[in-house]
Design a protein around this ligand. Structure first.
Ligand code: NAD
Length: 456
């Protein structure tokens, strides 16, 4: 559970609550689309899509279908606050495509959640499932809310989550649309969603429906390995990339942006390779230590202090200094549109392994390519989460419980074979890896549409 960013006066630097450690305002990476401040995220998706569709000569009719979302649900719902007031919240669920299987995708709680962002994230989920060859379509959702403890008590957060689930009603379901955790949501929130959904079912149906969400706590039907799955997938692919490059991870350096689920697990799993995290950034600011920052120690610190600000064994740096830190690998694991025309020229890394969704915009992509910086694109790199979500869903449906070794081995096999598919297509089309990943996804979707046809 994310907790409040308490203002802090001790330690060096200034805590950033939307403001950089040097006092400068952080770039508004995530403001509402169409507000003139930033380009639409969905427009970025369509740019990426068009590039791949042109190169592979995607069938014109299928192109029309995949360039739009199927369903867009917006719910405004009332919740009683602890002091008796009623607040109205806005929640979203966008279902992009379900030709390969039920809609699947996370729920995000963030003040900047908006329809444009959710559309983009839902569409990326369709591509991700197609590349990983798991039987899911794409969806995403969220609530426009700052879920910090400063704003809402734990009881309020529970009521908000339950009322959102109720408002979504039959728009989600274990064989129809299956939410999972994303930014600022976690297994506890999934347990509340599952429980609320089950209360709305006839009693004899309930036990058959716990796979309405994945990323649940283990005792409530979650899978071992789901908490670390996205970070684990990122690290499996970094290992694979390093092997191919003849690059020794032992003694290598990396930087991580976002120290939540994905970023902190990726960092923790890089440690046994002997790799050093020399810089890390979260919403409260950035830290640097050329000797390396111990991920486990920083996780313990962040648990206690709610974020990484004030950690004693590293020095605070500002956002731009973080982006310009020299290292071998950059793992963006926070929000979208971080690697842009402004920041891509500053990066001093050999590889960007995208743990986050959409951290690189089309200008950033072009600059990374020109600069010869390798990229493992989000729709491949962070697919470990949805792959293990699929494993959790299967275990629930079959009343099975797999051990961690089994989950890890299956994840590695699936994500590495997805990597090989993308690599093969990149080679075949002589194109970059993001474009190749799109071509893999679009080819699979095109084949299925051609087999099934369009009703009526
Ligand atoms: P999280 O809420 O656990 O962590 C988010 C982290 O980003 C926090 O450390 C937060 O402080 C940091 N952050 C927020 N704004 C920031 C900013 N402006 N600058 C720097 N850091 C900032 O979320 P998560 O689940 O780890 O998700 C992170 C990214 O990974 C998102 O893009 C998400 O869509 C993507 N992703 C998550 C999963 C999953 O399984 N959780 C799966 C695939 C992709």
């Amino acid at each position: 559970m994310k907790t409040a960013n308490k203002p802090r006066t001790s330690g060096s630097g200034t805590k950033r609550n939307g403001a950089a450690a040097n006092g400068k305002k952080m770039p508004d990476v995530n403001g509402p689309a169409g507000d003139g401040k930033r380009p639409s995220l969905y427009a970025n998706v369509i740019k990426q899509f068009d590039k791949a569709a042109d190169m592979m000569r995607l069938d014109g009719n299928i192109r029309k279908i995949l360039a739009s979302t199927m369903n867009e649900i917006i719910v405004n719902f009332p919740v009683k606050m602890d002091d008796g007031r009623i607040e109205i919240f806005r929640g979203y669920r966008v279902q992009h495509n379900d030709v390969l299987g039920p809609f699947k995708g996370g729920l995000r709680y963030h003040p900047a959640v908006n329809i444009d962002e959710v559309r983009a994230l839902a569409t990326w989920m369709t591509w991700k499932s197609a590349i990983a060859e798991i039987p899911y379509g794409g969806a995403k959702g969220g609530i426009q809310i700052d879920p910090s403890r400063q704003k809402y008590s734990i009881n309020e957060l529970e009521r908000i989550t339950r009322r959102f689930t109720f408002a979504l009603g039959n728009n989600i379901g274990p064989e129809y649309d299956i939410p999972a955790p994303d930014v600022n949501t976690n297994p506890q929130i999934m347990a509340w969603i599952m429980d609320t959904y089950l209360q709305m079912m006839p009693p004899h149906e309930r036990q058959r429906c716990i796979h309405v969400v994945t990323g649940k706590p283990i005792k409530s039907g979650g899978s071992l390995g789901r908490d670390k799955a996205t970070g684990q997938g990122v690290v499996y692919l970094i290992e694979r990339w390093a092997e191919e490059q003849g690059f020794d991870l032992d003694g290598s350096t990396y930087i991580v942006q976002g120290f939540g689920n994905v970023g902190s697990w990726a960092a923790r799993l890089m440690k046994p390779h002997g790799a050093k995290m020399v810089a890390v950034e979260d919403v409260a600011g950035a830290l640097y230590n050329p000797e390396g920052i111990d991920p486990d120690d920083l996780i313990a610190y962040a648990k206690e202090h709610s974020d990484i600000f004030g950690y004693p064994d590293a020095k605070p740096i500002d956002h731009m200094a973080f982006m310009g830190t020299k290292a071998d690998i950059f793992i963006p694991a926070a929000l979208e549109s971080q690697i842009t025309a402004l920041t891509a020229p500053m990066l001093k890394v050999r590889l960007v392994a995208e743990g986050a969704n959409g951290p690189t915009d089309p200008d950033g992509d072009r600059i990374l390519l020109e600069r010869g910086i390798h990229l493992i694109p989000d729709i491949l790199c962070n697919s470990g989460g949805v792959i293990v979500s699929y494993f959790e869903w299967l275990q629930n449906k079959r009343s099975e419980f797999w051990d961690l070794d089994e989950v890890d081995a299956k994840l590695k096999k699936k994500i590495v074979s997805a990597y090989e598919r993308v690599q093969g297509v990149a080679h075949h089309y002589k194109t970059d890896w993001r474009n190749a990943a799109y071509i893999v996804a679009l080819t699979r979707l095109e084949n299925v549409y051609k087999e099934r046809g369009i009703f009526p």
